[in-house]
Design a protein around this ligand. Sequence first.
Ligand code: NAD
Length: 397
Amino acid sequence: LSVPDHPIIPFIEGDGIGADVTPAMRRVVDAAVKKAWGGKRQIAWMEVYAGEKATRVYGDDVWLPDETLAAVRDHVVSIKGPLTTPVGGGMRSLNVALRQTLDLYVCERPVRWFNGVPSPVRHPEHVDMVIFRENAEDIYAGIEWQAGSADADRLIRYLREEMGVGNIRFPEQCGIGIKPVSEAGSKRLVRKAIRYALDHNRRSVTLVHKGNIMKFTEGAFKQWGYEVAREEFGAEPLDGGPWLSLAHPDGGEPIVIKDMIADAMMQEALLHPRDFDVVATLNLNGDYLSDALAAQVGGIGIAPGANRGDSIAMFEATHGTAPKIAGTNSANPGSLILSATMMLEYMGWGEAATLLTDAMEATIAGGEVTGDFHQVMDNATLLGTTEFAEAVVRRLE
Ligand code: NAD
C-alpha cells in the first residue's frame, strides 16, 4: 500500500460511546504519529457519517449515505466506531450492509494479552491468536422467512413436495434461515489466513467448522480450505493426513494446517491456547469465537478488529454502542485504539503502531484504567475515557 505523508483517513465516529471513544482514539494516534515522525507525517482526518449521526446530518431515513461509501472506497483505509442498527425498516444491520456493499469479506480479530490487563484465566500470556472470520456469507447473508409468513409456508410446501423433506424435519409454523457457503467465498478467506500465517511467521492455521453436522456448508468449508493449502500453497500431508504441513519459504518451522470442530474449539482454545495460532472460520462460528476468546484477554472493551477486502480495509471497535454508558466519558477506548494500531500497521506506519501499543500497555500495567477494568482490578486508578487517552499521550511524550 502506498501511503502519502499526509493521508486523508475517513472516520465514522459511531453512535453511543462512539462519541466518547473516537475522539480519544484520534488524540492518541495523532500523538503517536507525531512522536514517530515529528510533523513530517500527519493524518488528515475526514469525518463521514453513518448510523444515527447520519440521520441527524442527512435526514431521517439516511443511515448509510452514498458519500460515506464512496469515501471509504476512494481512500482505501478508514476507521469506525460502533453503530446503532435501525429498528424496523429494510436494513438488517448497518455493519452487515457496510461489509456486503464494500465486499469486506474478512473480519480479522487478533486476540492477544497485554501486560496488566485483567483476565479470568491463569496464563493469559499464552493467548496469541488471530481469527479470520468470513464476513459476507453464512446465515449472516440475511436470507430468512418468519414463521407463518406466506413465503415461509410456500417454501415449506416446495421442500416437502418437490425435495422430499418430511414433516418431522419441517414442523408447521417454523421460521426458516438459509446458510449459503460458497467455494469462492471460503477459498478467498482461507487464502488470506494462510498468506497472513506465512507473512507473520505463524505456527499453524486451524480451520474451525461444524462439518460433522452441516456437511455441505461447514464440511465443504473445511475441504475447500485444505484444497487451497494443497493446491495453491503446496502444503503436503502430515503423518498421512488429513492435517497438512506447509514449508516456510524462509526455511523456518513449517506451518501446520489443521481443522477442529467448532464446539471442541471453544473448549480447547480455553484449555490449551498455545495449540492455536491463526484461525480461519465461517461467519457465525467466528462471531462467537472472537468474543469468547477476547474475554480471556480483557474483553470487547479492548479487542481490536478490521474488516478487509482485497484492498479496502476498515478498522473498527469490536464492541457495540453500549447505550447505558454513552456520553458518560467512562467507556474504554482500548478497542478502537488497538484497531487504529492495526490500521497504522496496514499503512506501513509500524513505528507509530508500536509506540502507541507500548504506551497503552504501560498505562494499563501502571494501573491507570477505565471502569470496566477498574471493577476487577485491585489498586488501580479509575480514569475517564478522555483522561485515559491523556495518560497514554503522556507516556508517548
Ligand atoms: P455492547 O458491546 O454495546 O455492550 C455489551 C456490554 O459491554 C455492555 O455492558 C456495555 O456497557 C459493555 N461495553 C461495550 N463496550 C465497552 C467499552 N468500550 N468500554 C466499557 N464497556 C463496554 O453490545 P450490545 O449491548 O449487545 O449492543 C448495543 C448496540 O450496539 C446495539 O444497537 C447493537 O446493534 C450495536 N452493536 C454494534 C456493533 C458494531 O457497530 N460493530 C457491534 C455490536 C453491537
